[in-house]
Design a protein around this ligand. Sequence first.
Ligand SMILES: Nc1ncnc2c1ncn2[C@@H]1O[C@H](COP(=O)(O)OP(=O)(O)O)[C@@H](O)[C@H]1O
Ligand SMILES: [Mg+2]
Length: 269
Amino acid sequence: MTQNPLVVIKLGGELLTDASKRHDMAVAIGRLTASTDLVVIHGGGREIDTELATRGCAKQAFDGLRLTDAETLEVVVNILAGRINTQLVAAAKHAGVRAVGLTATDAGVSTVCRAEPYTTSTGTTVDLGFVGQPTGSGKPDLLRRLCDDRFIPIVASIGSDDTGQLLNVNADTLAGHLAIQLKATRLLIAGGTAGVLDQEGQTIPAVNKFLLQQLIADGRASAGMVAKLIACGEAARSGVSRVEIVDGRQTDDLNNTKGTRIDIHEPAN
Ligand SMILES: Nc1ncnc2c1ncn2[C@@H]1O[C@H](COP(=O)(O)OP(=O)(O)O)[C@@H](O)[C@H]1O
Ligand SMILES: [Mg+2]
């Protein structure tokens, strides 16, 4: 059976912090789904940071991957799978879009295992705690089925391992993996910047595999941008034909967003 073209869009936490932003995004998503199947993944870093600060917990992150101890995990799960996911589904409903909220754990949509100690772009190795890494062996067919039935799945980036332990998965990493597994035609990483920026703050229009490595190695891309570039590089290498890191603050037309295209063409062999 031929499958409809499918777009995976990841929404950065900065884009979802108030009701009017969520409404604009829900309307934009509704428009996009008129021309394609759509799976939405969301983060929520800004609100998680605020909640952690209220509790007096320090934030530590490496290349956008959050060090997640037991208390941080509780905050991450409550805010992502609880508040933000439900608010986004409600905003979609208000915008006339039939969305279904779920996590990566639902129906084994993405299997994750506890991440191996992570070696950062600056060479330090850290144990990230309750952080999950998608294994690539998940069964995302529920997402396809929801799309076939004209629902939009909205996925909070929480997974669980085979012991039932909940794990915090970076939303860009999850979006990249789901795009590959769903054989998406497009991966759209929408965030709070006009794509990948150079030292002058200008958008870099296209990134090939050499520039991608350079940006990470020389620190022009840091923090959360490292996770985005790695996820996009993997998706592009694995056959997702259109991969972009774009400005999600512009919601007029998600088909024509300002940002950076990740152009990685592996020679066919
Ligand atoms: N070269 C770069 N271009 C754009 N943003 C960058 C770059 N290097 C680092 N960043 C940082 O990465 C952040 C985006 O990642 P993150 O904070 O994880 O947001 P999100 O919620 O969208 O995942 C930007 O807000 C910016 O602070
Ligand atoms: Mg991030």
